[in-house]
Design a protein around this ligand. Structure first.
Ligand SMILES: Cc1ncc(COP(=O)(O)O)c(C=O)c1O
Length: 361
């Protein structure tokens, strides 16, 4: 069975929308898209012709991203952040009331939201309850074997909020078990912060592997809303059937091209180095505090701690203008707080607040 047979039959059968820009790329006297003939805001300000619809998948940005992620261009779909990639995958592959996703909580919350929005079942294989939060590998394989409804397996490497990565051998095993049955999605939103090589090198050999990347984290551009789905061309073609006709606003495309310019590579490497240095400082600030029961450094740009009185500590920090991430609604993360690696000043402010907190205990 190929990837097309795994997709919802109605998506495969549907005649996709053909936008004006797809039918005729934006050259010549453009009277085909009901656009205004001139912009009201100057294009020098915006870096784009605002009166025109953007190219659905601009060739120059596509080429740059393919180069960055070391895959052929036909394996790239540009999206509004990885969030959109997760949504598209769920809409294309999960039939409401029939299919399911597999996820391993605690993990990124949007897999569940996308599935529930689509009316798909969420099969959860919780991570180990022993405080390590490692994957329950056997339970995942069992779930895949036993539950034929599972169409999408969402893996996150490094995982949010536990920061652990998926080993290549285990990924191979999951891909093997899922072949002709389900897609395995490796969400690599935080990949640049860890040493593990990207799973994208395995796409050519695995039709059912999808990798998600984003500019939101390691490219310091969460505001751009720019991400990619990396997969074999057949899967990309299916997702293109349901993506909005013009997903990427032209100012975003212009900014993304500037962001990914060769001259920015050194800046980005410096950012990664600085975050790695600051993470070491942050860990030093957190270590050996009596109220911190567990410190999980992980391999991303955040750490996870488990503390006594998490709610109170979060409120205490908030009063000092420090916003940390708690998980009051998640029983698996009771007492846990996720702290992003900030600037040196941010960490100093956190350190002072924790000293104060500690002195009152
Ligand atoms: C694991 C994971 N995947 C995806 C996203 C969403 O990324 P984007 O900003 O590209 O939509 C996040 C955001 O925090 C995340 O933690």
């Amino acid at each position: 069975m190929g990837i097309v047979e795994l997709a919802r039959p109605e998506i495969v059968a549907m005649k996709p929308y053909s936008s004006a820009r797809t039918e005729a790329p934006g050259k010549g006297i453009l009277l085909n898209a009901n656009e205004a003939p001139w912009p009201l805001l100057s294009d020098t300000l915006i870096g784009a012709e605002l009166n025109r619809y953007p190219d659905p998948q601009p060739a120059d940005l596509l080429a740059r991203l393919a180069d960055l992620y070391q895959v052929p261009e036909e394996m790239v779909l540009m999206t509004r952040g990885s969030d959109e990639g997760i949504d598209l995958l769920t809409r294309v592959f999960c039939r409401a009331g029939q299919d399911a996703i597999l996820q391993c909580p605690p993990t990124f919350g949007m897999y569940r939201i996308a599935a529930q929005t689509q009316g798909a079942e969420v099969v959860s294989v919780p991570r180990m309850p022993d405080g390590s939060f490692s994957l329950d590998r056997q339970a995942m394989l069992d779930a895949l074997q036993d539950d034929q409804r599972i169409k999408l397996v969402f893996l996150t490497s490094p995982n949010n909020p536990t920061g652990d990565v998926i080993g290549e051998d285990y990924l191979e095993e999951l891909l093997r078990v899922s072949r002709n049955r389900a897609l395995v999605i490796v969400d690599e939103a935080y990949a640049e912060f860890c040493r593990q090589p990207s799973a994208s090198g395995m796409i050519t050999a695995n039709e059912n592997l999808v990798v998600l990347r984003t500019m939101s984290k390691a490219w310091a551009a969460a505001g751009l809303r720019c991400g990619v789905v990396l997969a074999q061309p057949a899967a990309i073609a299916l997702l293109r059937r349901v993506i909005a006709p013009y997903p990427l606003p032209s100012p975003v495309v212009a900014l993304a091209l500037r962001m990914l310019g060769r001259d920015m590579l050194e800046k980005q490497q410096n950012l990664l180095q600085q975050i790695s240095d600051n993470k070491r400082v942050l860990i030093g600030v957190l270590e050996n505090r009596p109220f911190i029961r567990n410190l999980i450094p992980g391999e991303a740009n955040f750490v996870l701690i488990r503390v006594d009185e998490a709610e109170e500590l979060l409120a205490f920090c908030a009063q000092r203008n420090l916003v940390l991430r708690g998980f009051p609604a998640d029983p698996m993360l009771r007492g846990c707080i996720r702290i992003s690696v900030g600037s040196e000043n941010d960490i100093a402010a956190l350190s002072a607040a924790l000293d104060e907190w500690e002195s009152t205990r």
